[in-house]
Design a protein around this ligand. Structure first.
Ligand SMILES: Nc1nc2c([nH]c(=O)n2[C@H]2C[C@H](O)[C@@H](COP(=O)(O)OP(=O)(O)OP(=O)(O)O)O2)c(=O)[nH]1
Length: 131
C-alpha cells in the first residue's frame, strides 16, 4: 500500500485555530474536507522546513513553528497517511488562500462542528480534550 508522509500546522492566533477546506478531489474521503494547512515533505527537507515552505505556498504566511503536537497514522482506502502536526503561531489573521476553498478561525469548543478529514479527528480530539 502506498505511504504518504505530511506535516500539518495547528495555527493559533489569539486562542483561535485556523481550519482550511480542501478543494474538490477525486478521492471522496478528502474532497472538500477541512484540514490543517500543510503538505508532503520533499526530499532533503526537515519536517519544519517542509511546513514553513507549505505555509508560504498555501497561505503566504510566516509562522512560528513551536512544537510537535501529535503524529497520526491513518489508513485511507488508497494510501496510508502519516501526519505530523505542529503547534504554530502567527502575528495576524492576514492570510491568502492559494489552494483551499474556505477558512475558519475557531475556538477549541467550536472545532468539532466542521467536516474534518478522517486523519484529523485524533488531532481535533486531543486539542479539545487538552482544553
Ligand atoms: N496538509 C494536510 N493534509 C492532510 C490533512 N488531513 C489529511 O487527511 N491530509 C491528506 C490529504 C492529502 O492526501 C495529503 C496531503 O497532501 P497534499 O495536500 O500535499 O497533497 P494533495 O493530494 O493535495 O496534492 P498533490 O501534491 O498530491 O498534488 O494528506 C491535514 O490536516 N493537512
Amino acid at each position: 500500500m502506498k505511504k504518504v508522509e505530511v506535516v500539518a500546522a495547528i495555527i493559533y492566533f489569539e486562542n483561535k485555530i485556523l481550519c482550511v477546506q480542501r478543494a474538490k478531489n477525486k478521492l471522496p474521503y478528502i474532497s472538500e474536507k477541512f484540514e490543517f494547512p500543510g503538505g508532503k515533505i520533499e526530499k532533503g527537507e526537515t519536517k519544519k522546513d517542509a511546513l514553513k515552505r507549505e505555509l508560504l505556498e498555501e497561505l503566504n504566511v510566516e509562522a512560528n513553528i513551536k512544537s510537535l503536537f501529535l503524529t497520526v497514522v491513518h489508513q485511507y482506502p488508497d494510501f496510508e497517511l502519516t501526519m505530523h502536526s505542529f503547534i504554530c503561531e502567527v502575528a495576524s489573521k492576514d492570510i491568502t488562500l492559494h489552494e483551499h476553498i474556505s477558512q475558519e478561525w475557531l475556538s477549541l469548543t467550536e472545532l468539532r462542528k466542521l467536516d474534518w478529514a478522517a486523519a484529523d479527528i485524533p488531532i481535533v480530539d486531543k486539542l479539545v480534550m487538552n482544553g
